[in-house]
Each structure stands twice: as C-alpha cells, then as structure tokens.
Design a protein around this ligand. Structure first.
Ligand code: GLY
Length: 369
C-alpha cells in the first residue's frame, strides 16, 4: 500500500548517498551538528551503522562504490576484535550491520569469521546466575535494554553454526528483559543492576532516561524492535506478547506528529527535544511485529510505522538539502546534555531500513534471509 511512496523516498535517499558517501568515505560518522558528520573513534558502539547504510545502498543499486566503502570501513575497525576488553554488549550493532551484511551480500569468509568472533565475545558476557548479558565493562552486575537488539547476533551465530548454545544465551537474556526490564505498563527500564555473584536483582539505574522510573524513548524502541527479532528465531509467545505491550506504550505516548520526545515522562513544551532515532527504530520494530500478528492487527502496525516514517520524511529529513545526515532531531544523551537535537547515524540507518521495509524488502540484516 505504501510501496510507491517508499520507492520514491528510497530513490531520494540513494540520490543523497551518491553525493554524501564519497565525502564521508570509509570513516566512522556518528553525530551531525552543522552540515557534516563528526568522526568517531574506531571503538564506538555506533560504528556498524554507516557500513549498514552503505550495504543497504548496495542492496538497492548494486553500485560497487557503496560496497567498497562499507568493506573498507569494516577493515578499519577489524583490529578492535583483537582487543577483547573493548568489546561490550553492543557487539551486534557493530558487527551484524558491517561484517554480517558483508558476508551476506558478498560471501566474504573473513567477514563471517569477524561476526562469529563478535558473537563469541558477546556470549562470553553472560552471567549465568543472573541470566543477563553484562553491559559495558565497568560494573559487572549491570544489564541494559539496548542489548535486546544485540541478541540478533547470537541468534545469527546459532543459525550459522547449527549450535543452539548462542540461542540459549539470547533467550535467557530475553527472559530477563521481559521479567525485569519491561514494566507492567509497557514502559522499560534503561539500566538494571544485579548482584554479579548471586544474580539477585538490585535496582533500576537512570542511564540515559530522565530518571530511574521514567521512560527513555530510544530504550523503548530498542525493546519494540529487539523483542520481535528474538521472537522471529525462537517463536516463544512471551516475547511477542511483551513486544506488543511495549509497542502499545510507545504508540500511546506519541505526540501529534508521531515522532517521540526523548523521554515519554518529561513535561512537554515546544522545546522538549524529540528523538528521531527512537522513532525510526520503533518504525522498524512495528513493521517486524506486523509479520507475526493476526491479519486483523497487521494493518494497524504497518499504518503506525508509515505515519512515523512519513512524518520523519516531511518534517525532520534533509532529503532535499546538502546536510550530510538524513534525519535531524536525534537526541543522544539528554541528561548529559550530549548530542541533543542533532543528526545521528543510527537514526539514519533505521530510517533507511524502515523505508526499505515499506518497499517490501525482506532481506533485513538483523536476521537470516
Ligand atoms: N546504545 C546507546 C544509546 O542508545 O544511546
């Protein structure tokens, strides 16, 4: 139904990338404040998104310039995989969208090895007492909602090896997400603390939310998308039920233009920052969810995703100007006043993926075709 609109929008994205990709090059763009993307260090959690965008552009066009820039970026960050202590819960964001997409589209064995190595590192972070994958490297007992999206790397690794070990770990962590992270009203905690020795749940930590009991919109979107991805591989009904609950909370708390504020529980004024990256990620999650619900519910999720993506296109995008980021209005870390109301590379990635999904593309990098 939205296919034609999505095809036209994708063409505009590709036209833009034809100009911006050679300028951005094989680097690590993260934040766009003025006209151009800043460059991150090679170890940052966002570094899979630019290669992911380039591989999506390659998927659409078969233009080798996109593939070679993506592969070059991946090669530049490959050394990080040899530094175990720099790997954390975000291994999926980084490696599935770079090396994973590379292996998928070119068959590169080197890329497959990189992705498997990242999966093994991610699996090694599992705390068997608390049933969670440890966040970061400075607090042994912390777990984070963002990791829900990274479970796809483990599920991919189980598919690749035909060994369910990785899937068992992903499901144990997902069980913890629905038991402790998802609240009864469908909002989610960002960071939770457990006793790393006994596994006992201790407390909710504020993280990037306005407070420990508020509702950070990007964290919510990590669950809106991460949970149905886990359901896709495992078919455990509880994951789908939890995904629908979180999606309902997300949708019920959207403002009139369908683009989420950075936290759903802060007072809203015209100045309250939005987070277009949360909006774009949630749109992908809603489209993923739509594949698993009964026919009578399907259109609701697709329509909701379209409304979000259409609003992002009409009011927050740079498709018709020369700013490097595709979307404006992203918010990185509001409590730290860091990267508020800017372009964010992961917002661009999820926006492009959502448009690609609305075109009917089912070759999505988070799961095996
Ligand atoms: N994964 C960190 C963030 O969403 O900002």
């Amino acid at each position: 139904m939205y296919k034609l609109w999505a095809e036209n929008t994708m063409q505009k994205i590709i036209d833009k990338l034809n100009i911006t990709a050679p300028k951005i090059g094989a680097r690590f763009p993260h934040v766009c404040k003025e006209r151009e993307y800043d460059e991150e260090r090679a170890k940052w959690w966002t570094n899979g998104f630019w290669p992911g965008i380039l591989w999506m552009a390659y998927q659409q066009t078969k233009d080798e310039k996109f593939a070679s820039l993506a592969a070059e970026t991946e090669n530049k960050m490959a050394y990080v995989l040899d530094e175990y202590y720099n790997i954390d819960h975000d291994a999926g964001f980084i490696w599935l969208l770079s090396a994973g997409a590379d292996y998928r589209l070119t068959g590169s064995e080197e890329s497959k090895r990189r992705c498997m190595k990242a999966a093994a590192y991610l699996a090694s972070r599992f705390n068997i007492k608390g049933n969670f994958i440890q966040a970061w490297n400075w607090e042994n007992g912390w777990a984070i909602i963002d990791c829900t999206m990274n479970l796809s790397l483990l599920l991919w690794a189980s598919e690749m090896t035909k060994n369910p070990i990785f899937k068992h770990i992903a499901m144990a962590h997902a069980d913890t997400v629905i038991k402790y992270f998802v609240r009864p009203d469908g909002s989610v905690n960002h960071v939770l603390s457990f006793d790393p020795e006994t596994g006992e749940f201790l407390e909710s930590i504020q993280g990037q939310a306005a407070g420990p009991t508020s509702a950070w919109s990007r964290g919510t979107s990590w669950a809106v998308y991460g949970l149905p991805l886990v359901y896709r591989y495992t078919r455990k009904q509880e994951y789908l039920d939890a995904a629908k609950k979180v999606a309902s909370f997300f949708l019920a708390n959207l403002p009139e233009d369908y683009v989420a504020h950075w936290d759903f529980r802060v007072p809203r004024t015209p100045e309250t920052p939005r987070d277009t990256s949360a909006a774009a990620c949630a749109a992908c999650g809603l489209l993923e969810l739509s594949e698993f619900v009964p026919e009578c519910e399907k259109q609701f999720y697709i329509d909701s995703a379209y409304k979000i993506v259409k609003s992002l296109t009409d009011y927050y995008s740079n498709l018709d100007n020369d700013k490097q980021c595709i979307l404006n209005g992203g918010t990185g870390d509001c409590p730290k006043d860091l990267n508020v109301n800017v372009g964010l590379i992961y917002g661009d990635y999820f926006y492009m993926e959502a448009v690609s999904r609305l075109m009917g593309n089912t070759d999505i990098f988070w799961y095996k075709p």
